[in-house]
Design a protein around this ligand. Structure first.
Ligand code: GDP
Length: 444
C-alpha cells in the first residue's frame, strides 16, 4: 500500500497531541517537527514541506485552537485541510473541446505507464460516457508500443490508427485526425513516444505534434514510485509543453507518496487521475480531499461508496434493503452479497478504506484468503433450496449432511450459520433505527 510509512508517522505525531488534554505551543512545535521529517522522508519536495509546516503552525498556535475544548482534533483538521490544499483542493475534470473530437495527447517518460493509461482512459470514457474514442499510435521508436496499443484497442474495442514505424509522427497524427473526423470519433487519444530521460529532440517532436493537433488536454503520465524524480519530470515537461494535467501511476505499489503531495504545488498543474493497478479499470479520478484523508489514515469512505455504487445495481440494492427490512434475507442473498463484495476488489484493500482501519495493527498482515470465501460458498451450495430460503430448517442432522457435502468440518458449518443468524439480527435491528445493533457487530 502506498503511503504506509507516512500515514503511520503522521498518526504517531498527531496521536501524541491527542493524548494531551491541553496543548501548548511547544507541543505544536514538536508535532510539526515530526510531521516535517515524515513528509521529507516520504520524498515530498523540500520547499513544499516548508510552506506547509509554516501554514499549519500559524493556524494551529492561534488562541482559537489552543484554547478550544478539542485542540488536538482541530489541529488534525488543519493538517487535513492543508494537505488537501497542497494537492489542489478539488478534483479537476478532463478538458473538453466545444466540438468533437476532444483531443488528448499522452506524454511521459518510457515505462511511466503512458500506453496502459491511454487504454484505461479510453475504457473509462467508453463505459462512463458511452464515448467513441480512437487511438493514434504515434510512438514510432519502440515498435512494441504500436502492438501494445493495438492489443489494448482490441481488448476494449477501441480503434487504433497506425502507420507503422516509418512515417513521421506528426504526419501520422495529421492523418489520424482526418480519420477520426470521418469516423465521427468524439475523443482522440494520441500515444506519443517516451524516452528514458527528457531530451531536446523528444520535446521538439512533442511540440510539433502539439502545434498540429492543438490538443485540449496534454496529460503527463508519471510514475509515483519515482518520488521526487517524478516531480522533476513534471516540471520539465510542463516548462516545454505547458501540460494541462498529470496522471500519477502505480499508486497501488509501495510508494512513499511524495509525488502525489508535491506535483501540484511545484508545477501548478492538477493531478487529474491516479493509476492504481494494471487492469483496464484501475484508473480513478484524483480527489485531493480523499487523498488527504487516506494519507492521514482516516480511510477513504467516499471512494468505497463510489466503488460500491459502481458495483451494486440500484435495483438489487433496493431489493436487498427491502429483504433486510422484512427479515427475509436468506442464504441466496448472502451468496449474492459475497459475489458483489468480491467484485469491488481484494477485501483487505476494501477494509483499509474504512476510517480507522488503514493503520489498524490487526489488519497489518491480514490477507483475506479467497479460499475462505470459496469454502463459505461451498457450504451454502450444499444446502437444499428450501434450506437456503429458510435457515431455521437447519437441524443438526442437516448440518452434518451439509458438512459432508461441502467437504468442510461440521464446526465450520455451525460457525458460519451462527454468524449468518447474528448478522441478520444486527441488520434487522439497524433498519429499525436501533444503533445498538451496530455496537454488537463491532464487538462493543
Ligand atoms: P509507457 O512506456 O509509458 O507506455 O509504459 P507502459 O504503459 O508500457 O507501462 C509500463 C509498465 O507499468 C507496464 O508493465 C504496466 O502494466 C505498468 N503500469 C502502468 N500503470 C500502472 C499502475 O497504475 N499500477 C501498476 N502496478 N502498474 C502499472
Amino acid at each position: 500500500m502506498a503511503f504506509e510509512g507516512l500515514t503511520e508517522r503522521l498518526q504517531n505525531a498527531l496521536g501524541k497531541l491527542r493524548k494531551k488534554g491541553k496543548v501548548s505551543e511547544a507541543d505544536v512545535n514538536t508535532a510539526m517537527r515530526e510531521i516535517r521529517m515524515a513528509l521529507l522522508e516520504a520524498d515530498v519536495n523540500f520547499k513544499v514541506v516548508k510552506d506547509f509546516i509554516n501554514t499549519v503552525k500559524k493556524r494551529a498556535v492561534g488562541a482559537e485552537v489552543l484554547d478550544s475544548l478539542t485542540p488536538a482534533q482541530q489541529i488534525v483538521k488543519i493538517v487535513d485541510e492543508e494537505l488537501t490544499k497542497m494537492m489542489g483542493e478539488k478534483a479537476v475534470p478532463l478538458n473538453k473541446a466545444p466540438h468533437i473530437p476532444t483531443i488528448i495527447m499522452m506524454v511521459g517518460l518510457q515505462g511511466a505507464g503512458k500506453t496502459t493509461t491511454a487504454g484505461k482512459l479510453a475504457y473509462r470514457l467508453k463505459t462512463k460516457e458511452h464515448a467513441r474514442p480512437m487511438f493514434i499510435a504515434a510512438d514510432v521508436y519502440r515498435p512494441a508500443a504500436i502492438d501494445q496499443l493495438k492489443q489494448i484497442g482490441e481488448n476494449i474495442d477501441v480503434p487504433v490508427f497506425e502507420m507503422g514505424t516509418d512515417t513521421d509522427p506528426v504526419e501520422i497524427v495529421r492523418q489520424g485526425l482526418t480519420q477520426a473526423s470521418l469516423q465521427n470519433n468524439d475523443y482522440v487519444i494520441i500515444d506519443t513516444a517516451g524516452r528514458l530521460q527528457i531530451d531536446e529532440k523528444l520535446m521538439q517532436e512533442l511540440q510539433n505534434i502539439k502545434d498540429l493537433a492543438k490538443p485540449n488536454e496534454i496529460l503527463l503520465v508519471v510514475d509515483a514510485m519515482t518520488g521526487q524524480a517524478a516531480v522533476d519530470v513534471a516540471e520539465g515537461f510542463n516548462k516545454d509543453l505547458d501540460i494541462t494535467g498529470v496522471v500519477l501511476t502505480k499508486l497501488d505499489g509501495d510508494t512513499r507518496g511524495g509525488a502525489a503531495l508535491s506535483i501540484r504545488a511545484v508545477t501548478g498543474k492538477p493531478i487529474k487521475f491516479i493509476g492504481q493497478g494494471e487492469k483496464k479499470n484501475d484508473l480513478d479520478i484524483f480527489y485531493p480531499d480523499r487523498m488527504a484523508n487516506r494519507i492521514l489514515g482516516m480511510g477513504d469512505m467516499l471512494t468505497l461508496i463510489d466503488k460500491a455504487q459502481e458495483t451494486y445495481d440500484k435495483k438489487q440494492a433496493d431489493d436487498m434493503a427491502e429483504k433486510i427490512k422484512e427479515n427475509s434475507f436468506d442464504f441466496n442473498d448472502f451468496v449474492a452479497q459475497m459475489d458483489q463484495l468480491q467484485q469491488m476488489g481484494p477485501l483487505e484493500d476494501i477494509l483499509k478504506m474504512v476510517p480507522g482501519m488503514a493503520n489498524n495493527p490487526a489488519l497489518k498482515n491480514v490477507k483475506i484468503d479467497p479460499k475462505d470465501i470459496a469454502h463459505t460458498k461451498a457450504i451454502v451450495y450444499s444446502m437444499t433450496p428450501a434450506e437456503r430460503e429458510d435457515p431455521d430448517l437447519l437441524s443438526s442432522s442437516r448440518r452434518r449432511r451439509i458438512a459432508a457435502g461441502s467437504g468442510r468440518p461440521i464446526q465450520e458449518v455451525n460457525r458460519m450459520i451462527k454468524q449468518f443468524n447474528q448478522s441478520k439480527k444486527v441488520m434487522n435491528q439497524m433498519t429499525k433505527g436501533n444503533m445498538k445493533g451496530m455496537d454488537q457487530m463491532l464487538g462493543g
